[in-house]
Design a protein around this ligand. Structure first.
Ligand code: UDP
Length: 250
């Protein structure tokens, strides 16, 4: 991997090193499943709540099965400069809509809605502290919260089969100072020439790869390097998710 002797990440991590990742389950006791996920200084509350009905459009169109959807928001004090609440501005910004759709798509890719008949799973991701990679941490935490909620429904006899066919996790990768790096923090993200978000299942299948050159371009080889770094990160994250789900259900 190309990097000069003077290369150093702002927090001194190795190029293929994740930030410290923690899951604190049960953080929001009124939600059926919840977790405070941290990727370094990025911290997000992910909560899964179950509604025993499906959206009106599904009822109206007679669509079978259940539904799962996500909402994402940054708390006003999660950023260095206070961010006005969407509700105070009267609308969600484009970034918020893009991120919550990404979270919903990522989770639905590994979830069989037909096995969730008549129910809606709400995934709420609220950013407590933003330091880069909030969308990827949200997906990673939402999966943990969702599996805890599903486990509780199964324990309570409200579901007989787990609708999840696989796990899902996400991580960011990018090219920072000409060097491919894993799991960018804000300082790196701000200066990265290429920024990518990788969403993968626990058995190495891609769910979504979003990769863009920020005022720059990237080669096939660089993209390969980024995917390799991302896959390595996802393997570690998947193990941590499994442990958190076990803890959350114990
Ligand atoms: N950010 C911010 N205010 C905003 C949007 C982003 O402070 O309104 C910061 C925040 O630290 C975020 C980072 O910029 O994590 C990168 O934002 P991006 O839109 O790339 O999303 P993310 O990397 O969080 O998924």
């Amino acid at each position: 991997m190309k990097h000069s002797n003077s290369f150093s990440r702002p927090d001194k991590r190795a190029t293929d090193q994740l930030r410290s990742i923690q899951f604190e389950t049960g953080i929001a006791p009124h939600a059926l499943g919840s977790v405070l996920v941290s990727f370094g200084a990025t911290r997000i509350i992910c909560a899964a709540s179950v509604d025993n009905r499906v959206p009106g459009w599904m009822r109206a169109q007679g669509v079978e099965g259940g539904w799962m959807t996500a909402e994402y928001s940054m708390l006003p004090y999660s950023t260095l400069e206070r961010k006005t609440r969407d509700i105070s501005r009267g609308k969600s910004d484009g970034r918020t809509i893009e991120i919550q759709r990404l979270i919903g798509r990522a989770l639905r890719a590994v979830f069989d809605l037909k096995k969730f008949s008549g129910k809606t799973l709400w995934l709420d991701c609220d950013v407590l502290q933003a330091d880069g990679g909030t969308r990827t941490a949200s997906i990673t935490g939402a999966y943990v919260a969702a599996q805890i909620a599903i486990g509780k429904l199964m324990d309570g006899g409200q579901l007989t089969e787990n609708p999840f066919s696989n796990s899902v996790a996400a991580v960011s990768v990018g090219i920072y100072q000409d060097t491919p790096v894993l799991d960018l923090n804000y300082l790196e993200d701000k200066d990265a020439s290429v920024d990518a978000n990788i969403v993968m299942t626990g058995d190495d299948q891609y769910v979504e790869v979003q990769s863009s050159g920020e005022e720059s371009t990237f080669s096939h080889k660089q993209l390969e390097e980024l995917l390799t770094l991302g896959t390595k990160g996802i393997h570690q994250i998947t193990l941590l998710q499994e442990r958190a789900i076990r803890e959350g259900l114990s």
